[in-house]
Every structure is written in C-alpha cells, then in structure tokens.
Design a protein around this ligand. Structure first.
Ligand code: ACO
Length: 332
C-alpha cells in the first residue's frame, strides 16, 4: 500500500480539524471541497464567504461540510488579539498591533485558531513564503515542552529501485534551519525519528551526512557533524545512527562495506540528515526531479501543534495530501 493510501486511511480514522487560512486561493477552495469528499479532515477555511461561494459555483463544486470563517470580520478577533499581545508582550506587541496583524496576515489568524484550540492544525503557504508560515508557527504555537528546535523533514517516496533503497526515506532538514549547530543537528535527528514512527510507521535509522566518512577528510564543517554524533551518544538515544558519513555510504551497502563496515546503519539508513539547509533543499529537489520520487512535506516537527507549509506552486492534490498528513500529525 502506498504511503498516501495509508495516510489517507489514518487521517479518516482520526478526524481532525485543519484550518486553511488562504481561502482567496482557488486551489484551497477546491482542496477544501475534496477534503470533505474524501473525509480526511474537517476543513476550516479563512476567506470571504461570498467570494468563495462564487468561485465554488464557477468551479461546479460544493462547499457543504467546509466551515468558513469570515476573514474581514473574524468572530474571535478581540479574544485572539488579547492573547497574541500577551504572547508577544516580551517583544513589545500592543493589542492594537496584534489586531492589525490578525486582520492582515491570515497565517497569524490561522495559527491563533490552533493555539486557542479552535482548530487542531494548520496548512498554509499556497500564497505566502515558507518563512511567513514558519514565523506564525514559531511566534504563536512555539515548541513542544522539552523541545528546543523546530525543523522539518520531507517524506521521499521512491517510485523506482525500492528493492535497493526501500519505499520511503526521510530527508531533513530541507526547509527551516539555514545553518544548524551540532546541537540542532542532533535535535533534527531525534525529531525525525519521531516523525518516521508517527507518520510513516517506520523505525528510523539515521545518517548524519557530510562530505567525509569516518575521518576520510577534515574540515570545520565536518567537525559540526561529528559533534552532533557525540551529542546523540551523550543523550543515550535509543535509535541507531551514524554520524559523519557520505550519502553513498549511507544508502549503498557495497560502499558502506568498504568505507565503514562496522556501522549497523551505513548502507541501509532511512533517515538522511543533511548538514545544512542548502544541501538539504538542493538534495530533496534533485531526488524529486531526477529520480521521480514523490516528495511530501516539508513536515514541520517540534512545534507544540502541527503547522505545515505548502509550496506556492502546489496543486490541489498537494494541499489535500498535506492536510491528510497534518491531520495524522495532530493525532500524535
Ligand atoms: N527552532 C526553534 N525556535 C526558533 C527557530 C527554530 N528553528 N527559529 C527561530 N526560532 C525562535 C526565535 O528565536 C524567536 O524566539 P523569540 O520569539 O523568543 O525571540 C521565535 O522563534 C520567532 O522567530 P522569528 O524571529 O520570528 O523568526 P526568525 O527570524 O528567527 O526566522 C525562520 C525563523 C523563518 C524559520 C528562518 O530561519 C528562515 O527563514 N528559514 C528558512 C526558511 C526558508 O526560506 N526555507 C527554504 C524554502 S522551503 C522549501 O523549499 C521547501
């Protein structure tokens, strides 16, 4: 069974509400109708009711089952503004500023709905850059108790060579932290193992990758990855990992046998941690485009409630699928 079929099944079981704050986007309106039809979540769309109904009529779709929140005059504006001003008081935010932000930035209103438990999760980004969606999550939702780092993974579903590499690999962090410290790399590894378990049902075997394998080259950038491995050792984590490994040794058994035969993970890693955002972002896009892998995500991990980000080039199905995954995250 494909990753998507499994995810949609799980999402139907858990029945979470997911807010889509970009209800001015035709794709979001169409996706909301499809989410209801498939039963993968209870969509709440922030938009202008009359415009949405006109667009739905033109597209020949029904908005039955879609909860619409009027963005021009949102019902809980005052309650949310008071709470947002309280949350950001340390940054000097006044209630007037909070009201202004909530009226003008749908990502912030959507995130406040999640914060106030009026929605279980949020999916946004069809019409806003990643950083805007992330900032709403960071400033309003914040990290889970005991978690310092918010990061992300892509679920990479391979469409060929599954016999060699498995059906699904996780790639992290490809969208949040530009230059992670050793501690953040260790956090990304730990969070990715949790996501692998909760979302994919997979036991994570982690490779912290760089451009050397076990001392084959020396550079300050490599030292950061080695240090991340030491931190995982000190934390006494319960999953298998290898730190300081090249991508080929991480996933190709014959290469691993030559470069690091003593490792339990090398040659069959299923969570690939990139040393920085440039490598991760380029890496997942190359695998997606050149190897035809399906890339689901980025799935944001470490927030106290799930908020996920869409690409601005997303399709209706991309939105539906990310909502289903987000609903599953919300259930964990
Ligand atoms: N984990 C935990 N906390 C964080 C993180 C993080 N990764 N990043 C920021 N914070 C904290 C900040 O310290 C701040 O705390 P404070 O309110 O107590 O001061 C709070 O979260 C709010 O942060 P901001 O100042 O609003 O955000 P910041 O300027 O730090 O930017 C951001 C964070 C948006 C994630 C930034 O690192 C970024 O732009 N990352 C790259 C995003 C991107 O463009 N990705 C590539 C495209 S995605 C793709 O192709 C799939």
């Amino acid at each position: 069974m494909s990753f998507l079929v499994k995810i949609r099944e799980k999402a139907r079981e858990v029945q979470k509400s997911v807010v889509l704050p970009e209800g001015t986007d035709e794709r979001v309106i169409t996706a909301a109708a499809k989410i209801v039809e498939l039963g993968v979540a209870r969509p709440i769309v922030l938009g202008h009711r009359e415009d949405m109904e006109r667009i739905a009529n033109d597209l020949g779709i029904s908005l039955r089952g879609v909860e619409v929140i009027e963005a021009k005059n949102p019902p809980k504006l005052e309650t949310y503004a008071a709470k947002l001003a309280e949350l950001r008081a340390k940054k000097g935010m006044t209630i007037e500023q909070a009201r202004e932000i909530l009226l003008n930035d749908p990502n912030f209103y959507g995130a406040m709905m999640v914060k106030m438990k009026d929605a279980d999760a949020m999916v946004s980004g069809s019409d806003s850059p990643t950083a805007d969606v992330l900032r709403a999550g960071l400033q309003i939702i914040g990290t889970r108790p005991g978690i310092k780092t918010v990061s992300s993974v892509f679920v990479m579903e391979l469409t060929e060579r599954q016999d060699t590499y498995g059906d699904v690999l996780l790639f992290g962090d490809c969208s949040v932290i530009p230059v992670p410290t050793a501690e953040q790399l260790a956090d990304i590894a730990e969070a990715s193992v949790v996501t692998a378990h909760n979302v994919v049902g997979m036991e994570g075997k982690v490779a912290l990758m760089t451009f050397s394998t076990k001392g084959s080259a020396h550079h300050p950038d490599i030292d950061v990855v080695i240090e991340a491995g030491k931190i995982l050792e000190e934390r006494n984590v319960k999953f298998h990992y290898i730190a300081e490994v090249q991508a080929d040794a991480a996933i190709v058994k014959s290469v691993a046998m030559k470069k690091c035969p003593e490792s339990k993970v090398a040659g069959n890693a299923n969570i690939l941690i990139f040393p920085n955002l440039a490598a991760g972002n380029i890496g997942y896009k190359l695998v997606q485009r050149l190897a035809g892998a399906n890339a689901y995500g980025p799935l944001i991990q470490g927030l106290a409630a799930p908020i996920n980000d869409l690409s601005r080039g997303c399709s209706v199905d991309d939105i539906v699928n990310l909502v289903a995954i987000t609903a599953v995250q919300a259930a964990e």
